[in-house]
Design a protein around this ligand. Structure first.
Ligand code: ZN
Ligand code: ZN
Length: 136
């Protein structure tokens, strides 16, 4: 058990995984996420600052959703983020296609080593929350 202070309201809560935010604030954040998702869909030309202001969400929060690949923007949207590896501007996730391919290659070379790497079913929770937002 990992008790932490909520990053939003300061309340103590049992931190399990992900952001240090208590269940109540997380719920509010999910509502915000739906607002942002809707706004982005209705205003595909809006940049990240406009979305942040209109939905009253921090720019950093929106960027985090983009990194988590929960928010998606159309190809003509001005919203872009630098690849965390080479700095190339991308629309979602953390890395550009090129770096993603390199990372995948590196990962598979690790797995191909003689000693089999035991793969644990981690990040189950993350996948679960992602699946809830497939109804776009
Ligand atoms: Zn809280
Ligand atoms: Zn890159």
């Amino acid at each position: 058990m990992n008790v932490r202070n909520c990053r939003k309201c300061g309340k103590l809560f049992n931190h399990i995984a992900g952001m240090p935010i208590c269940p109540a604030c997380k719920e509010k954040l999910e509502e915000k996420f739906q607002d942002v998702k809707k706004y982005v869909r209705e205003h595909p030309q809006a940049d990240i600052k406009e979305v942040a202001e209109e939905c009253e969400v921090e720019v950093g929060q929106i960027q985090q959703w983009i990194r988590e690949e929960r928010l998606e923007f159309t190809s003509d949207s001005p919203v872009k983020l630098p690849c965390e590896n080479c700095g190339e501007m991308i629309r979602s996730g953390r890395f550009c296609e090129k770096c993603k391919n390199n990372i995948t290659k590196n990962l598979s070379s690790v797995i191909e080593k003689p000693k089999p790497v035991r793969q644990e079913p981690k990040k189950v929770q993350e996948t679960g929350s992602k699946m809830r937002f497939l109804d776009r």
